[in-house]
Design a protein around this ligand. Structure first.
Ligand SMILES: Nc1nc2c(c(=O)[nH]1)N[C@H]1C(S)=C(S)[C@@H](COP(=O)(O)O)O[C@H]1N2
Ligand SMILES: [Mo]
Length: 519
């Protein structure tokens, strides 16, 4: 019957508008439901997380090196642009009939389901969020399309423009679109508020101040050269570098947290948070380093971590002789495998950092830190599962993405002052920086100006072999342009390599250099 009528062709702008509004309501409805059933169930965030997991290693490395900790914001904004475009396209391919746009909305809905089901640790209720998105899109598009069709029907135009019926259809379309827009805004905002309100303030407060029974010795005077431009020896938690694949950080209450130890052990065991909290805590100053750190880069920081030695958790379970890998899984599905030998020797399950419970971004309520190994093969945040296994049997998150299965930290150094391309008066110029060689320790740092001789820099007081070491040297520079290089030698006598390598597959190398002009 309807098909017999002449079809109205919607003008492009309102057609695009109804597409965009339908996408908006779909996203908002899903996000709102996710506020109840769990943040990662938000289809928008789930698609983003899936995109992170599926994107190739080079792309992630590019994102980390170009956007740093803002990489997630860039991803989410990019997705918003793409969705805006999809909405416009959905509208434009549906100027005569609602079917194409409705089908596109349904396809997006399916994508939402697939993405949400690819997220680990979500219960069945999580399906409500993509279901709300799907319904929102699939119902709203034909609804608005119907309103628009009567609004732009040929007889609603010209001659009959001022009939009451035409006025009604104009109003209906306006009220309908405005209603959807406002509804999407409210649902999206409410979802965001719910997501943000699942905060851990009370859970963190219930931990109380973390006072180690075996504290690390205090940081001696002269351990850094802040006045000359090095970082402070201890990195305040808010400045501590952050690298992870989590689009939204997992919010785990301590009462819900469990750590299961299984695999090649005599006895499986599951620890609760109070099992850990009530043990005699130890603190250790550790410098963490990311394998993605380029030469001269910022992904290195130091904190006093508080927790208990990994061996105290693992050995009571009766670890089999033939296990050689500790395979740790995070609540968000990230995995990292470390050589068991290193874990038993010096690994730590940390529940605190610089006197406070771990910040959520750094793994609340518990993470692993193994001095001497890059984070991607050791420093699992939000850790919930420890499997004793072998390197032949399992490979962590980054390994199939092109990174080495073993990730010992390379002996490296960095120049912090002067800044590259700085201009300064000729004469005395102080150069300062950091060097690291965990767990061996830094024995020497040398500096070279242009093609001159290598000269030993003054080392700051050593704190421990598992932390960075600051250095400085005052040079006498004649007027002109100079390139200053540095190199570290570790306590085993190994000098950092001059061979330039990119971060993948096992850490960047090459001598750091800074070019300055003296006048
Ligand atoms: N759950 C989880 N843990 C993780 C990661 C991750 O992506 N997810 N990234 C690792 C990497 S690559 C590094 S370098 C360190 C960074 O720890 P930070 O963010 O506390 O500095 O965490 C490691 N632990
Ligand atoms: Mo990393």
């Amino acid at each position: 019957m309807l098909d017999m009528e002449p079809r109205t062709k919607l003008p492009a702008a309102p057609a695009a508008l109804i597409g965009v509004l339908s996408v908006a309501i779909a996203l908002a409805a899903g996000h709102l439901l996710a506020g109840f059933v769990g943040t990662p169930a938000s289809p928008y965030l789930a698609v983003g997380s899936a995109a992170i997991d599926l994107s190739p290693g080079w792309l992630k490395e590019f994102a980390i090196s170009s956007f740093g900790a803002n990489d997630k914001t860039v991803l989410l904004s990019g997705m918003a642009m793409v969705l805006l475009l999809i909405g416009i396209v959905a509208g434009l391919i549906s100027r005569r009939r609602a079917a194409p746009g409705t089908v596109l909305a349904a396809l997006l809905g399916v994508l939402g389901f697939v993405a949400v089901f690819s997220r680990p640790g979500l219960g069945e209720l999580a399906a409500l969020a993509p279901a709300a998105s799907m319904l929102g899109g699939v119902l709203t598009f034909p609804f608005l399309h119907g309103l628009a069709r009567s609004r732009f029907a040929p007889d609603a135009g010209n001659a009959a423009r001022d009939t009451p019926a035409a006025a009604t259809s104009r109003r209906n379309f306006m009220v309908g679109s405005a209603g959807v827009a406002v509804g999407a805004g409210i649902a999206g905002l409410a979802g965001q508020l719910l997501v943000a309100s699942r905060d851990l303030t009370s859970s963190e407060a219930s931990i109380g101040k973390l006072v180690p029974v075996q504290p690390a010795p205090p940081i001696p005077r002269g351990a850094d050269f802040v006045a000359q431009g090095t970082p402070s020896f201890i990195t305040p938690a808010r400045y501590f570098y952050r690298v992870d694949t989590a689009l939204t950080v997992p919010h785990i209450q301590t009462r819900d947290w469990q750590l299961r130890v299984h695999g090649m052990v005599e006895r499986e065991h599951t620890y609760s948070f109070s099992d850990i909290r009530n043990r005699p805590l130890k603190s250790q100053v550790i410098t963490m380093t990311c394998v993605s750190n380029p030469v001269g880069g910022p992904y290195i920081s130091t904190a006093e971590f508080i927790g208990i030695p990994m061996k105290d958790l693992l050995l009571p379970c009766g670890v089999h002789e033939s296990a050689d890998q500790l395979f740790a899984t995070s609540s968000d599905g990230f995995t990292a495998g470390s050589p068991l030998h290193d874990v038993l020797d010096r690994g730590m399950l940390a529940i605190g950092m610089n006197g406070q419970p771990l910040p959520v971004e750094h793994g609340f309520p518990a993470r692993i830190v193994v001095p001497g190994l890059y984070g991607y093969v050791s420093a699992t945040k939000w850790v919930t599962d420890l499997e004793l296994t072998t390197f032949d049997a399992q490979a962590g998150y980054w390994i199939p993405r092109g990174w080495s299965q073993r990730g010992p930290i390379k002996t490296e150094s960095r120049i912090d002052a002067p800044h590259p391309f700085a201009t300064m008066p000729s004469g005395k110029v102080t150069v300062a920086g950091i060097a690291w060689a965990q767990p061996t320790g830094v024995a020497k740092v040398e500096v070279q100006v242009d093609s001159g001789p290598w000269r030993a820099a003054q080392l700051a007081t050593e704190v421990s072999p598992i932390t960075w070491r600051m250095w400085r040297i005052t040079l006498d520079l004649a007027a002109g342009k100079h390139t200053v290089r540095c190199r570290a030698t570790d306590a085993s006598g190994h000098t950092q390599t001059t061979v330039t390598a990119p971060p993948a597959p096992n850490g960047a190398s090459g001598l750091p250099s800074v070019t300055v002009t003296t006048t």
